[in-house]
Design a protein around this ligand. Sequence first.
Ligand code: NAD
Length: 529
Amino acid sequence: MRATRPWGAGPGRRRTATGGPALPLAELAVLVTATGAGRLEIRTPFDGSVLGTVPRSDIDDVAEAIRRARAAQVAWAARSPRSRAEVMHRFARLVLDRRDSVLDLIQLESGKSRLDALEEVLDASRTAAHYAHAAPDLLRPQRRAGAVPVLTRTLEVRSPKGVVGVISPWNYPFTLAVSDAVPALLAGNGVVLKPDSRTPFAALLGVSLLRAAGLPGDLLQVVVGPGAELGAPIIDGVDHVMFTGSTATGRLVASRCATRLVDVSAELGGKNPLIVLADADLRSAAIGAVRAAFASAGQLCIGVERIYVEQSVHRAFLERFLAVVARMRLGVGLAWDLDMGTLVSARQLERVSDLVADAVARGATVLAGGRPRPDLAPWYYEPTVLADVPDDARLTRTEAFGPVVSVQPVADLDEAVALANASDYGLSASVWTSGRRGEAVARRLEVGTVNVNEAYAAAWASHAAPMGGWKDSGMGRRHGVEGLLKFTESRTIATQRLLPLEPPPGRPGAARAFAAGMTPVIRLLDRFR
Ligand code: NAD
């Protein structure tokens, strides 16, 4: 593993990588709905220094944000889906036009590499473009078969829910803040967004680009502050909650939503497996496994933490995999030539270090990495490969959410599938094999997305198909039809024509005659359905 010069020295370091103007942090900070004098310091994981400050919202600010979004939503919902989609088409282009400044800010706030930040830019732009194309059709009233053909005309109509609360995490601070807000807005809702307090600037940049694309000012509100304080008033005031974060917090959020009978979509944690079968292209599998395990320094919900390799190719795969890990360029900075950035915080570093120490104390072998690198950045941890992780190690079942992966040989496909499924989580998986066998293997895995001969991005970037978790990895889906329609209430409007569906009251024998006439009609309808 090659280390590069730590980032941080020299003046003008907050200028964009292309030498453009300094990032407009003060302009972004004013987008927060907050009335008090309190401010939060935002530090860059590159060197721990203060990047800027943002106003801190309180409970009253949340109420005000919901009130403003609700007021603005009325006019927005009255616009046609096509007119709302025009805003999102412009946003999709704007994100690409401003690519370099967006990348700089994502990197400075999260500590990730430029390539990892690029995924966020592409995802946000592609999600917006996808839904801008798809939403007008998906939201159009749909004719449905009526109670009695010809006599009953039935329409399914979609209406916005009102105001959607989006609570987003720090690990993909740009795209996870805006990419769920986009379909919620397209569906005609207002949005109150609460990004993680560690990474509000990337979310605010997304909001400023949406406004620059033509989104009405008050429609998308941002509040910033601790989730434990602002989460409850958001949930208590909105009409749908879109939560992305840990399973523990997701449970709290979902149970509070349940008491209000408000829908929640929860995109939660994972302990994702990668399976290498004997017929796989081992070179591609090794490269894919490195990307899967170490993208965003492992702080990726769909990243891989467990690798199972068929015994006959275990040694050959491991050699290739460790060789690619050894070639990784480590460090922080805005240049393109680094493969892995840093963990986001001291808390993340402690969590990862503790899990590795526990596994090693119980008998795991360190094949690569296994230590912090404060010489690269204060919370940096090396890409780490472990073998022989025992079943009683906490790492076996706990999501590390860091650059740590275990590799284990398996006798055959059945054992690989059994181990892959032996988890409380069910978010994502990756399978490496040849021919069309991958799809059959994928169907046996208890997860929401499976990538065949790809690390994680193929399914993620298939925006027309749903994405989400089974088991403790969540409820509801983003992307696909579900990712838009969940932000709507359906309404069925059935108009009866020519003949009534029931006999009139007060006529002797009418009910009996109705039953005698209707029964064969129902039989016929069933046959010709
Ligand atoms: P977290 O649950 O601590 O925080 C996520 C968000 O929830 C933050 O905005 C936080 O302020 C807020 N929050 C905290 N307490 C809250 C409360 N009581 N009520 C309402 N909101 C509250 O998550 P984290 O540990 O910071 O993020 C990492 C986790 O997120 C990992 O488990 C990762 O797998 C998961 N994640 C999942 C996905 C996905 O799409 N499935 C994507 C990214 C991250």
